[in-house]
Design a protein around this ligand. Structure first.
Ligand code: PEP
Length: 236
């Protein structure tokens, strides 16, 4: 399974070092792929073999005049080959368009990056109808190579992110079955996964892992989720 932590704009570089060190106790003995996306200024040469460090964002360029952005050259410095693209906070708060996401996707695909590509619907779309929801989400795949070998998709309902709300397990199963028809890539669920619901979510059919925000800020909690994934792996 794939257990991923999106630390967003949290933890300083030194706090991220302590976090990675603590998390290693869990990742070192795990059969899961553990991914951590620290804040951009917290990227560093982390001494870890069991945790893959990824970038929460980057600009599709080697380097250049893109004030405030991070290019390939800056990621290369830390050996980063994994990136998160299409997170709802970048789509909805930072205003990234589908066209720009496709541009980023193609750039980092061409560079061979592992890409965690996020899709998910806002509340009003979910409340409209299942068909509206599917039409909305299918548009988020437009222009994306769904057969890309290093693609991981994360289904993250926008209304579930950071709210403590989650779809029912049946709804997650239903949605994941639909999304697997669009892409056979590993499919993560994200949105208010906590220690107390992680095991249930991980048990759902077609859930190949989880992407965790707030609850992942506690290494112990995130570590527990890694253990759950391993326990489930054993019983499969
Ligand atoms: C996220 O932002 O990717 C996320 C899943 O956040 P949270 O776990 O806090 O809902």
């Amino acid at each position: 399974m794939i257990i991923a932590a999106n630390l967003k704009t949290n933890l300083t570089r030194s706090a991220t070092h302590s976090y990675i060190q603590e998390l290693q106790k869990f990742a070192d003995v795990s059969s899961s792929d553990v991914l951590v996306f620290p804040a951009m200024t917290s990227l560093d040469n982390f001494q870890t073999k069991s945790i893959t460090i990824g970038a929460q964002n980057a600009y599709p360029t080697q380097n250049g005049a893109f004030t405030g952005e991070t290019g390939l050259e800056q990621l290369d410095e830390f050996g980063i080959k994994t990136i998160l693209i299409g997170h709802s906070e970048r789509r909805h708060i930072l205003g990234e368009s589908q066209e720009f996401l496709v541009q980023k996707f193609n750039y980092f695909k061409e560079k061979g990056f592992k890409i965690v590509f996020c899709v998910g619907e806002p509340k009003e779309i979910r409340e409209a109808s299942k068909q509206t929801m599917l039409t909305y989400i299918k548009k988020q795949y437009e222009g994306i190579d769904t057969n890309y070998e290093n693609l991981i998709v994360a289904y993250e309902p926008v209304w579930a992110i950071g709210t403590g709300l989650t779809p029912t397990l049946e709804d997650i199963e239903d949605m994941h079955a639909e999304l697997k028809k669009i892409s056979a890539a590993p499919l993560l669920y994200g949105g208010s996964v906590k220690v107390n619901n992680a095991k249930d979510v991980l048990s759902v059919k077609n859930v190949d892992g989880i992407l965790v925000g707030s609850a992942a800020l506690y290494a112990e909690h995130f570590g527990k989720m890694i253990q759950y994934a391993d326990e489930l792996d054993k019983t499969k």
